[in-house]
Design a protein around this ligand. Structure first.
Ligand code: FAD
Length: 429
């Protein structure tokens, strides 16, 4: 693939306008306003088609740190009416003694986090992006190839055209074609599990409690949702072996509710009125590197996590706002090159520790709670009880919820990006 000599070179091309890519575009939009810089967001499936693989029927548990970022981006106010605060987290092991409880009030927090429907996030993000003069949206538009030249990367698009950019951001999900075309390898460790998600009404009020219950068939997360027409509802994420997930997904509503009830118990009274059931095969995906020449990798393209601790988007959002800060600072340098090796190296170094910690934490939880060996189960039971009485363990979890640990990027501290005085673009045609 080659680009005609006259083809314009844009400063940034973000491939994938899902949860993380859309946030990155918005994070940079204000910085670029009124400059001659060009940012293009390319998305294969726009969110309002109902087909978006990112803004689908799932809900996301957002940390307080993510809420702060979304507030700074001007998104929180658009989704808050559809968000349910988590007042307490309750972790238990079906048929065992241990149970752990962590309350927001005891941690000095307003909430442990918030549960927001992905579709609400998509609608709010894309409405803001459509209004923003400094972001050029191309959707539907699929990137099908990538070739590097000396000062830019050429993207081949599915309409037969090409786009040249000084920095390409792979935000195209766990099966990232951009990551692969850029020559960055990734490992995918299949957990041999499927997450089956739905929403149900509950007989008793959920009081903002999020439950994580470990059963012999796999963990079930039950998350509070805002009431619908006066009915209390929760979102459920039930992790099962693939064949079992297929069987449970195909059950009629009565049989499905019966099995879910049996696995979860009666803490929330009788379950009823189940919503659509969706299934997600689970794997730990890790890119070998977060950057390669003129390419940065963020969100699930960088690391796809098991949803057991609800951290995938929270982590990806921190990728996005960290990269936004590195790019904005890079644009303000004399050469003003967003794809320079200095910008990319700063991003990769800054993200390394947070990423390593979250991958280890999430994968460790899956392995610990997937264990069926008796001694491990006993240790697990004891662990839950100790967790309940040991304040440091709880404090660590609430630190995770506030997005703490390491130097926080400006947007995560509620500050706008620097970059009011950007150097003029060397990329303009
Ligand atoms: C069951 C489940 C529950 C979860 N719960 C939580 C939770 O509670 N909290 C949390 O923090 N995380 C949660 N996660 C994780 C979270 O959903 C992901 O981390 C998040 O969706 C990643 O967003 P992304 O934008 O990186 O990737 P994706 O959501 O995969 O989006 C990628 C986007 O790129 C587009 N695209 C793909 N290829 C191309 C191409 N070639 N050209 C152009 N566009 C392209 C796609 O159409 C899509 O819009 C959960 C995940 C699962 C499976």
């Amino acid at each position: 693939m080659s680009t005609a000599a006259t083809a314009p070179v844009v400063d940034l091309a973000i491939v994938g306008g899902g949860m993380v890519g859309a946030c990155l575009a918005l994070a940079l939009a204000d910085t670029l306003k009124g400059t001659d810089r060009r940012l293009v967001l390319l998305e294969a499936t726009p969110p309002d088609t109902g087909q978006s693989p990112s803004f689908d029927g799932r809900t996301s548990a957002l940390s307080n740190g993510s809420r702060r970022i979304l507030t700074t981006l001007g998104i929180w106010e658009a989704v808050v009416a559809q968000a349910a605060p988590i007042s307490r987290i309750h972790i238990s092991d079906r048929g065992r003694f241990g149970a752990a409880r962590i309350g927001a009030a005891e941690q000095g927090l307003e909430a442990m986090g918030y549960v927001v429907p992905n579709r609400a996030l998509g609608a709010a993000l894309w409405a803001r992006l459509r209004d923003h003069p400094s972001v050029e949206l191309r959707a539907p538009c699929r990137v099908v190839g990538l070739v590097r030249e000396k000062h830019c990367v050429n993207l081949a698009l599915d309409d037969g055209t090409t786009l040249a950019a000084r920095l390409v951001v792979a935000a195209d999900g766990a099966q990232s074609a951009v990551r692969e075309a850029a020559g960055v390898s990734a490992t995918a460790d299949d957990y041999g599990q499927v997450a089956l998600i739905t929403q149900v009404a509950t007989g008793k009020p959920h009081a903002g409690v999020a439950y994580e219950r470990f059963t012999t068939s796999g963990p079930i997360a039950v998350l509070p949702l805002p009431p619908v027409l006066g009915h209390q509802r929760v979102a459920t994420v039930w992790t099962l072996a693939p064949a079992e997930a297929a069987r449970v997904r195909a059950l009629d509503d009565t049989a499905f509710l019966g099995e879910l009830q049996q696995a979860f118990g009666w803490r929330l009274g009788r379950f009823s009125a189940p919503g659509e059931r969706l299934a997600y095969p689970l794997a730990l995906v890790q890119a070998a590197s977060l950057v390669s020449e003129r390419v940065a990798i963020i969100g699930n393209a960088a690391q796809g996590l098991h949803p057991i601790a609800g951290q995938g988007f929270n982590l990806g959002l921190r990728d996005a706002v960290t990269l936004a800060e590195c790019v904005a600072d890079g644009l303000a340098q004399p050469d003003g090159d967003p794809g320079s090796s200095a910008v990319l190296q700063r991003y990769a170094d800054w993200r390394a520790a947070d990423r390593r910690l979250l991958v280890r934490f999430t994968d460790g939880l899956v392995k610990l709670f997937g264990a069926s060996l008796a001694p491990l189960r006993a240790a697990r039971s004891l662990g839950l009880s100790l967790f309940d009485v040991l304040p440091p363990a709880k404090a660590a979890l609430s630190t995770l919820s506030t997005g703490g640990g390491g130097e926080l990027p400006r947007l995560a501290r509620g500050l706008p990006l620097r970059g009011a005085a950007l150097a003029p673009s060397a990329a303009a045609p």
